[in-house]
Write a protein that binds this ligand. Structure first.
Ligand code: DXP
Ligand SMILES: NCC(=O)COP(=O)(O)O
Length: 252
C-alpha cells in the first residue's frame, strides 16, 4: 500500500483570493481525513500566497488529534520574514511527522526540480539533523535520474521524494515509458542506499496507476493540484442542484 497525503495548498489559493475564511482549509482537511486520506501535506511559501502559518498550526493540531501524518514542505534555506517564520520554526512549533525539503526559489510558480547534492550536501547535513532533532522524519525532493541521489542518505535524510512533474508531462504526451523506467531505477538506487521513497507533483488519477505499478515500494504520494481540481468536477453537479433548489424555491 502507498499512503495518500492530500496537499491542501489549492484550497488556500481559493480562500486567499477573497481574503475571508472560505473555503475553510481546516474543514477541507477534515473532509479529506474522513474520506480516508492517510495524511495531509502543505507547502507554505515565503510569500504566503496560499497556506499561511496559522493554517500550519491548525492543521498540525488536527493531524495530531486524528493520529495521521502531517507533512510540511518547504525550502529550509529560505529566511524568515513577516508572515513566514521559516520552515524550521514552523516545524519547531508543530512537530510534523514528516518534513519535505524542497529547493524552491522565492516566488517560484511551483516546484520544478530537486536538490543538487553535489553543491548542497554540506549545507543540508546540519539542517537535516536539526529537523530530526525535532522528531521529524526528513524527506528530500530529488530529480528522477539524479546519479547522486544516494547522497541524500549521507546527508542524514530518511526518504527522498521523486519529483514526478516530468513523468506527468511524458504521460500526457503519450510517451511515459522512459520516464517510468528512470523513476523505477532512481527509486531502486535510493532504496539500496537505505532511503524510503515518496513521490509527488502533478500526479493524477490517470498517471498514478502506471507509476505505482512500475516504481517499486513507493511509501507515499502527495497530491494536491489534480485532486482539488477533480473534487470540483465531482462536487459541481450536486452543488449546482442544491443552489438551484434554493433559487427556484422563491415565489417569484
Ligand atoms: C514539492 C512539490 O512537489 C510541490 O508540488 C508543491 O507541494 C506544490 O506547491 P504549489 O501548490 O505551491 O504549486
Ligand atoms: N509534493 C507534491 C505535492 O504535495 C502535491 O503536488 P501537486 O499534486 O499539487 O502537483
Amino acid at each position: 500500500m502507498t499512503a495518500l497525503s492530500v496537499n491542501l495548498n489549492k484550497v488556500a489559493v481559493l480562500r486567499n483570493s477573497r481574503g475571508g475564511r472560505e473555503p475553510d482549509v481546516l474543514r477541507a482537511a477534515q473532509v479529506c481525513l474522513d474520506a480516508g486520506a492517510d495524511g495531509l501535506t502543505v507547502h507554505p511559501r515565503p510569500d504566503a500566497r496560499h497556506i499561511r502559518a496559522d493554517d500550519v498550526y491548525a492543521l498540525g493540531a488536527l493531524c495530531r488529534e486524528r493520529g495521521v501524518e502531517f507533512n510540511i514542505e518547504g525550502n529550509p534555506f529560505a529566511p524568515p520574514r513577516p508572515g513566514y517564520p521559516g520552515l524550521l520554526a514552523l516545524c519547531e512549533a508543530v512537530r510534523p511527522a514528516q518534513v519535505t525539503l524542497v529547493p524552491d526559489a522565492d516566488g517560484q510558480l511551483t516546484s520544478d526540480h530537486g536538490f543538487d547534492f553535489t553543491h548542497s550536501s554540506d549545507a543540508l547535513r546540519p539542517l537535516i539533523a536539526a529537523f530530526k532533532a525535532l522528531g521529524c522524519r526528513v524527506s528530500v525532493f530529488v530529480d528522477v535520474g539524479d546519479p547522486n541521489v544516494a547522497l541524500a542518505a549521507h546527508c542524514g535524510a530518511d526518504r527522498v521524494e521523486l519529483y514526478t512533474g516530468p513523468y506527468a508531462e511524458a504521460f500526457a504526451a503519450g510517451t511515459p515509458q522512459p520516464a517510468l523506467a528512470a523513476a523505477a531505477a532512481t527509486a531502486r538506487y535510493a532504496q539500496a542506499a537505505g532511503l524510503g521513497v515518496n513521490a509527488g507533483h502533478d500526479l493524477n488519477q490517470a498517471n498514478l496507476p502506471a507509476f505505482l505499478a512500475t516504481v517499486p515500494n513507493v511509501l507515499e504520494v502527495s497530491i494536491g493540484h489534480a485532486l482539488i481540481g477533480d473534487a470540483l468536477y465531482a462536487g459541481l453537479d450536486a452543488t449546482v442542484r442544491a443552489y438551484r433548489a434554493l433559487a427556484h424555491a422563491t415565489a417569484t
